[in-house]
Design a protein around this ligand. Structure first.
Ligand SMILES: [Mg+2]
Length: 390
């Protein structure tokens, strides 16, 4: 058998609208985003790049990255530019199984660009699986769970609307909830108390402030809701205010998690070593695909910290997240947030993933175990697919 080589890269930028009821629910919230981020733009859907890596024998590996400018800071066009005009030179011609070498070459030649590098990494693992006819989790340490518990996400809205949403997900079987906070301390208390009463004492609760407060206010805000039993508090202060996160973490009992302020593996390590966070949050985009996610999870585990895998992607990156959770199940300690299926009008895969009772089944088959829906790719593409060859 000739050695596998990556022969070409295809990239398609897409926009998938939110489901109608999601758009309606968000428009009813203050600011229209269902969270405290003060973006001036309406949020009506998700922007993504779909990546295909094609090997010399015609096998295709697929990847997906989700971006939102107020959070990720990069657009689909920037990801495509980074891959087309820079990263592709260190990927084309490489053996997809040599993922550490590919990442090293990308890192040596192009600084940062975590999202674009992560997209290549995700497609590489699918390509390995497709070539070897094995599920991708086999390249991540094997499978430790057949299904993964999920956390339901409740947007920042009127407390009674938040309570209603919580109760509907509780009925569906969810046993962990994340509520958005950050309008004011009295409202945070009212919302948290209302939700805790609605779910009872046995259900786990986490909160996300989306950078709402100054560090000294954040300390008061978190202390005010600690009596309601909070697993962790996400991004209470400005995204790159690591010193502010450290200030808050030193003064509250609740572990903090960074999201908007955390991109690279070293960002995570810096936050942990500063004593600025107590839980590590990981997306498909950050710290950059499978390889860096595994490094971050292993590091967190050695530090005795839990890990939250969280995102709202389409089917491909959802399958990525599930495979990662299945492989690193014993290192997580927190239910996974995976809400693209609830939010997006289409998942861009042919057979939907199996969500049931607040759990998600691990997709079997080769690679991520999902198949790209080419018709949907064409439907949601915002620009024609570009093909990159040597
Ligand atoms: Mg967040």
């Amino acid at each position: 058998m000739t050695e596998a080589r990556i022969k070409s890269i295809e990239l398609t930028p897409i926009h998938v609208p939110f489901k109608e009821y999601v758009k309606k629910a968000l428009l009813e919230t203050e600011g229209g985003l269902g969270m405290a981020i003060p973006s001036e733009e309406e949020w009506l859907g998700g922007d993504f790049v779909i990546c295909k890596l094609i090997s010399n024998d015609g096998t295709i590996g697929i990847g997906e990255s989700f971006v939102w400018l107020p959070e990720t800071g990069v657009s689909p066009a920037q990801i495509i530019d980074a891959i087309k005009n820079a990263l592709s030179g260190y990927v084309l011609g490489e053996n997809p199984f040599n993922i550490e070498k590919i990442i090293k070459r990308m890192d040596n030649n192009v600084s940062r660009s975590e999202v674009a590098k992560g997209l290549i990494d995700i497609a590489c693992y699918d390509l390995m699986g497709k070539i070897a006819n094995k599920p991708a989790y086999e390249f991540m340490g094997g499978k430790c769970a057949d299904e993964i518990p999920l956390c339901a996400l409740i947007p920042l809205a009127d407390p009674m609307l938040m309570r209603g949403l919580t109760k509907s997900y509780l009925k569906k079987g969810f046993k962990t909830f994340r509520i958005k906070l950050g309008r004011s301390i009295p409202e945070d208390i009212e919302i948290t108390e209302t939700i805790r009463k609605a779910i009872g004492d046995d259900v786990r609760l986490r909160v996300d402030y989306n950078q709402a407060y100054d560090p000294n206010i954040a300390v008061r805000a978190i202390k005010a809701i600690e009596p309601f039993g909070i697993d962790f508090a996400e991004q209470p202060v400005d995204k790159d205010d690591y010193i502010g996160m450290q200030y808050v973490q030193k003064r509250v009992d609740t572990p903090l998690m960074s999201h908007e302020g955390c991109f690279s593996l070293r960002d995570i390590i810096t936050l942990v070593e500063l004593g600025a966070i107590g839980v590590v949050g990981i997306n498909s985009e950050r710290p950059g695909g499978t390889t860096n996610a595994i490094k971050a999870i292993n590091y967190a585990e050695m530090k005795g910290m839990g890990v939250v895998l969280h995102n709202q992607p389409l089917g491909i990156a959802s399958a990525w997240q599930i495979h990662l959770a299945a492989a690193k199940f014993h290192s997580l300690g927190h239910a996974m947030e995976l809400f693209g299926d609830e939010m997006m009008e289409d998942d861009l895969i042919k057979t939907p993933l199996n969500y049931k009772g607040g759990m998600i089944q691990v997709p079997e088959g080769s690679g991520w175990g999902v198949e790209l829906d080419e018709e949907a790719l064409e439907k949601y593409a915002t620009e024609p697919t570009i093909s990159i060859k040597k």
